[in-house]
Design a protein around this ligand. Sequence first.
Ligand SMILES: Nc1ncnc2c1ncn2[C@@H]1O[C@H](COP(=O)(O)OP(=O)(O)OP(=O)(O)O)[C@@H](O)[C@H]1O
Length: 895
Amino acid sequence: MPQKTKRTPMMEQYMEVKNQYPDAFLFYRLGDFYEMFYDDAVKGSQILELTLTSRNRNATDPIPMCGVPHHAVQNYIDILVDQGYKVAICEQMEDPKLTKDMVKREVIQLVTPGTLIDGHAGEAKENNYLTAIYEEDGRYGFAYADLSTGELKTAELTTTADLLNEMLSLRTKEVVLAPSVTQNTLDELQSLKILFSHQEQIEEKSEVAYTTQDLHSQLEITVVSYLVSYLSVTQKRALAHIQKAVAYEPAYFLKLDHRVQRNLELLENSRTNKKSGTLLWLLDKTKTAMGGRLLKQWITRPLLKQNEIVERQNIVQILLDNYFERSGLQEELSQVYDLERLAGRVAFGNVNGRDLIQLMTSLEHIPQIKYILEQLNDGQLDSLLAELDPVEDVADLIETAIVPEPSLSVTDGNLIQAGYNQELDQYKDAMNNGQQWLAELEAQEREATGIHNLKIGYNKVFGYYIEVSKGNIAKLPEGRYERKQTLVNAERFITPELKEKEAMILGAQTKAADLEYRLFTEIREQIKDRILRLQNLAAAVAKLDVLQSFAVVSEDGHFVRPKFVKDHQISIQGGWHPVVQKVMGKQSYVPNDVEMPKDLEILLITGPNMSGKSTYMRQLALTVIMAQMGCFVPAQSATMPLFDQIFTRIGAADDLISGESTFMVEMMEANLALKNATPQSLLLFDEIGRGTATYDGMALAQAIIEYVHDKVQAKTLFSTHYHELTALENNLPHLKNIHVGAVEKDGELVFLHKIQAGPADRSYGVHVAKLAGLPASLLSNASQILAKLEQAGQSLPPSGAEVPKTSEISESTSQASEAVQEVQEVKPAASPLPEQVEAEPVDEQLSLFGETESKLNKKQSKIVQEIQNANLMAMTPMDVMNAVYKWQSRLNQKK
Ligand SMILES: Nc1ncnc2c1ncn2[C@@H]1O[C@H](COP(=O)(O)OP(=O)(O)OP(=O)(O)O)[C@@H](O)[C@H]1O
């Protein structure tokens, strides 16, 4: 009969620790394993695919248990943390052999998704940001840190939208909440699907004081204090590499919110979520991990200040003009390891010998990098040169102290160079030359005593000894020789010198390993004192790397240096979408101009589906972003103003925040743009209004155009399939029609992809449907319906027709559907919106099907009835097409 068991002292200890970390997997060290118990074991064994066993298997209440070997623990931690869990590592704090009592155990680190530094999240060109929020009077202190690099930034934000935006842009996996964060804010953040951690108080730690030193705003000081406290509490060690927090203002950069970043595919392909096919993919020719990370930051934060942009452009130009030097730099950079993370590991205390060799190798390339830049002999490089401090003392220290191929573990020896420490050299000598020494000592003793058969031997009882035959004992001098054993023919002695050598030889190996570890930690501490210099160097190398990457891409892609102008005009000749062009090949891509003089605000773009409207719009946005990053741009020539924000409403973007409908997202994005855009912004509106019924959509589109034209006055590209809107050009002086050309050849549609002046003459929707492979009968039916509609004047108004502005009809542009009705009431004949479709007499409609009323059977009458009742106004063109297709199928059915 199984017995219910009383908890053992060890399980008592386990529970005590576990209670302190209820939301983490507790990895409890037991000898060579880390064990999990209870629920941790059940869940952990599933996630990590471990065998679930139990303690006290025969009891009524066996304890579920599973474990991982200590040397492989990092992999398991990575898997759990990557999946959003926390892991508390509980170590044995004393040697079990040296204590009779319960071994002392303590949690030495809490690894969380935002603090993982070695796992998958720590991929070379990725930052892993931990964020924090503090709330006060409806305002937010926001901060983020990367524990592996020591980067720490903070900002004051005023809305939850800004918070969401920063967090999504940073792709944070974990946010630390100060107690002041309200439930309302939390509710809005819940949709983020990241780990929420809590830090209840600010710790009195030197890191907290240090990191907040340069801050002025109390909000920022407080949030950074919470963030650093959390780091300190979870990591349980000094964090010497965490930099002083730098305050930033989101308004300091070209504003690209997370939706814009996604719509424009800056870092992630919106279909695959991968890098391929993105601006990052195009621009990334960086050679170092630091450069890769910095490039990502620059892409999402282009600059606003012309002098800063020009400073970058100047260096790109120099590197572009000097091919050989640039190649030399690339060669050197490719041999520079991740200095930033290496510095982080030094400070964090988890650096090993091989890391230090990587650090030294990296530092050794800095003088050559400087030399190449100096040869370019250009004053524009001076400040960069000054930032490239080779931190020679660290390189020298590592060179003299660390062996070229150290072992992986820092406790197994084989770390320290010969000649660095005398004591260690003696141990190593003892290990290597023990026998040699003894032979030398034997020879010395023989000579000193004149006893030629004196010999040195070894036994387990008292170790090394000097053996002298009985007949020679009298020759031994007094004092130095201590008798240990008497044999029949000989006596055995020890001397202090012999015992010293013995201790050396026997203890040499462990002593050497211990001493090596101690020396290693001393060296690590010395390097730690130079962390700031290493971090500054890493930043300079990263900058140089990104700029050389710009030069490479600009040269390969034949990009041009853009000019910035104060008056708000854009003039781009022969521009292209760099990513689309790269994918499809240079020969096939048709370059296009963008001409928007000072007084032109809106380009209204029409043209068939698939002709290249979206590509043209994105092309401009990417050109602006690249220009303001300091890169050259894909065009023959480019003149542009500096933009402050880019807003996009492009495609049916899937919504990251919640399950809002496509139309809702469309309206939210439009709203965001209309509310926040300034005359210095760039707006891209792609087919706005298509997510709702035709009339609603068209009315909204027109109202939005007028609002932008009259109130926002930002440079705007607006593509539409509502050809009726092209007539707006007559009323809106700052709007111009352009279209993407296409021609019909032998019944087939040929896209020209060329932007041309004026509106498109037709939509070619049916042709595009044909390209998409819709059934032939449906297409011919659609063509017939189209012809009928065109005859009845339901399609395009004559180009140049007088169009009333909705503002002439209704003051309210926000209530667009009201506006629609008023349009119809006030000026029905000239409205750009199709007139209310009156239900036509049944017999006329029937002619579509070649039938007369008298011959109608029951099924046909029912279909006629349905057509009569169909609310066209509430249907999208696609709905209409589907309905017609169904009616036709039913009519064609035999019965
Ligand atoms: N300038 C160009 N030169 C060559 N090919 C182009 C060009 N612009 C676009 N294309 C090609 O046409 C395809 C469709 O372009 P895009 O999506 O911009 O069309 P669209 O007019 O916005 O279509 P829709 O109205 O259906 O959204 C692109 O994927 C690309 O292959």
